[in-house]
Design a protein around this ligand. Structure first.
Ligand code: PEP
Length: 244
């Protein structure tokens, strides 16, 4: 049985005051029967850990190397040292803004696993790719290359995030979400066998809000959500957690 996961990505938003939202969330869901993860900007990680209660704290990216001359980057071990226990990798904003490809995402994931971080590996098609009916080919290729052989149900989560749904208010219909999630599950089972393939959690991400969360969570092979904008305020994120 896969435990549900509600994950929040604060992106480059938030400051010390935003940690009050985290503390409120931690209080409200102190007895949660689902897993919660918040990924604040790196500057807030260690302070976030001290007010997060049962909520895991994660980074939004890490470097593939353990240390070295990489100005501005953070290694997986440094995230761990700051108190993070997870990291988002391959978000479309990293892939687009920093030209990251799936090979780099896989190397980062390998480093994150070695540092004992839960990796949330993001995949997603553009609108042009969906309209050209290439969604499953794109997702299949990203999945094959981005996920390292070290993946298990304990250290890896996959987030399906259609690029055109992120921050736009547009959401695929539930059949479209189900089609991609079932496809990812089948591919994972084929590559890793039924044990690992069925234990990796699959999140949907892209304009998840309190109003649409329950219908998305009812879709087959949706084990939770990766939430951007609606994770910044406890009043928005909390009902999403409760819908799981
Ligand atoms: C995201 O950036 O991962 C995301 C899903 O954003 P939003 O929920 O704001 O669409």
């Amino acid at each position: 049985m896969r435990r549900k996961l509600a994950a929040g990505n604060w992106k480059m938003n938030g400051d010390s005051a935003t940690l009050d939202e985290l503390a409120t969330l931690a209080q409200r869901h102190a007895e949660a029967s689902v897993d919660l993860l918040i990924c604040p900007p790196a500057t807030l990680i260690s302070r976030a850990v001290s007010c997060a209660g049962p909520i895991r704290i994660g980074g939004q990216d890490c470097h593939a190397a353990p240390s070295g001359a990489h100005t501005g980057d953070i290694s997986a071990a440094q995230l761990r040292d700051a108190g993070a226990t997870a990291v988002i990798l391959g978000h479309s904003e990293r892939r687009e803004d920093h030209d990251e490809d799936s090979d780099q995402v896989r190397e980062k994931a390998r480093a994150a696993h070695a540092a004992d971080l839960l990796t949330v590996i993001c995949l997603g098609e553009s609108l042009a790719q969906r309209e050209a009916q290439n969604t499953l080919d794109i997702i299949g290729a990203q999945l094959a290359l981005s996920v390292p052989d070290s993946a298990t149900g304990e250290n890896t989560v996959i987030a399906y995030e259609p690029i055109w749904a992120i921050g736009t208010g547009l959401v695929p219909d539930t059949d479209q979400i189900g089609e991609v999630h079932d496809f990812i599950r089948a591919r994972l089972e084929r590559r890793f066998g039924a044990g690992v393939g069925r234990s990796v959690r699959l999140l949907y991400g892209g304009s998840v809000k309190p109003e649409n969360a329950a219908s998305i969570f009812a879709v087959s092979n949706v084990d939770g959500a990766l939430v951007g904008g609606a994770s910044l305020k406890a009043a928005d994120f909390s009902p999403i957690v409760s819908a799981l």
